[in-house]
Design a protein around this ligand. Structure first.
Ligand code: ATP
Length: 355
């Protein structure tokens, strides 16, 4: 038996009822509902205001029912009903962000994955501690501005979508830097970005083994980021700064990519180290996660961030990807979540994948 994340009381109703995969109507909800329906699970969409109409355009990904709220913050008031109905809440970036991580953490409804991961992901220092402990190669961190001796990216704490990040090619360019909050100074890694979609199952004994279970590589994307991706067309950074144009990294879309096959051992090893260390630190990061990194010209993969839940880049691979096709046919991350819930239920191990 593996590590138990949820109390027996919290998952008890689920041992009888058909699990109802429940998520916020945004982000990757179409894929999550589509995968749950394919595996015969119930589906419930959490909407703020009226149920969104866009599901009418996608009948195979429409939830069976909606729960309409005045605000996402009110979801906790419905916890007892949701538990009774067998809800399993699937976290997404938008869900956690708009509800607020503290409120989400306090939700007394079974959540797919380990809710303890949120404390480790939301704090840049803690996330670094986790990755360093795992021995994962990362961009160098500078203690202060005077130590900078190369290109840097300055990130504010909690800045979503890289808002207000400051780029500088050298120390002198930081003279004009006026911080607007707590920040970290990171080496700007010159290379190509890859966002690697993985899944950790503590139940599976097949495939790429880690200490308790195994990991799967389900897909990979690159994010389109406004305005940085097109900024070069306007000229060099200094000129842009003088013109008052600052780079931002707001994700506007995703494109599919594959890595050179010779780099796969590196990324799988990184995924395994991150998972094994998560088990030591807080009982394990169960389910989907994304390793976000940059491959340099000497072919080393440096991790600048991990997302500890389903990422929107997985929406590219509703019918499978160049990697998941080698794991199982038609395997989206949404469907993989549903399969894990089904397996845990049939083996009486829900407490290992829910919290
Ligand atoms: P989100 O919450 O949207 O994931 P964030 O605010 O946590 O974003 P990061 O994911 O750390 O910020 O970085 C945003 C973007 O900045 C990345 O997708 C990448 O394009 C760029 N970036 C981040 N770190 C580095 C780095 N060390 N070197 C070069 N580019 C970087």
């Amino acid at each position: 038996m593996g590590i138990e994340l949820a109390s027996a009381a919290r998952v008890a109703p689920l041992e009888k009822a058909v699990p109802v995969v429940t998520t916020y109507c945004s982000h990757s909800s179409l894929q999550i509902f589509h995968g749950a329906r394919a595996e015969g699970l119930g589906t419930l969409g959490i909407a703020v205001g009226k149920p969104p109409r866009y599901y009418e355009a996608f009948p195979l990904a429409r939830p069976d029912r909606f729960l309409s709220l005045g605000a996402l913050a009110d979801l906790g008031e419905h916890a007892a009903d949701l538990r009774r109905e067998g809800a399993v809440v699937v976290p997404t970036g938008s869900f956690v962000e708009y509800m607020g991580p503290e409120r989400f953490d306090a939700l007394d409804v079974p959540i797919f994955g380990n809710r303890k991961v949120m404390a480790w992901e939301s704090d840049r220092e803690k996330e670094r501690e986790w990755l360093e402990r795992a021995g994962v190669p990362m961009p160098r961190k500078y203690a202060d501005l005077s130590a900078v001796d190369g290109p840097v990216i300055i990130k504010y704490y909690g800045a979503k979508g890289g808002k207000g990040f400051y780029l500088a090619k050298k120390r002198e360019e930081l003279d004009q830097f006026q911080p607007t909050g707590p920040y970290v100074i990171q080496e700007y890694v010159v290379g190509t970005r890859y966002y690697v979609h993985m899944f950790y199952s503590p139940l599976s004994q097949d495939g790429y083994r880690v200490r308790h279970g195994s990991i799967e590589l389900l897909g990979m994307d690159r994010r389109d980021e406004a305005n940085i991706d097109e900024l070069y067309k306007l000229g060099a950074q200094e000129g842009l700064r003088r013109a008052g144009i600052r780079p931002t990294f707001v994700v506007t879309g995703n494109v599919p990519v594959v890595l050179r096959e010779s780099l796969l051992p590196q990324v799988l090893d990184i995924g395994a180290r991150i998972v094994d260390t998560s088990v030591d630190l807080f009982g394990g990061m169960v389910g989907p996660f994304c390793v976000e990194g940059i491959v340099t010209e000497d072919l080393s993969f440096k991790v600048f961030e991990i997302s500890t839940r389903i990422v929107a880049g997985t929406n590219l691979f509703v019918s499978g990807s160049s990697y998941s096709d080698y794991v199982a046919p038609q395997l989206s991350t949404g469907r993989r979540i549903a399969l894990e819930i089904q397996r845990a239920r049939s083996e009486g191990r829900l407490r290992e994948v829910l919290s």
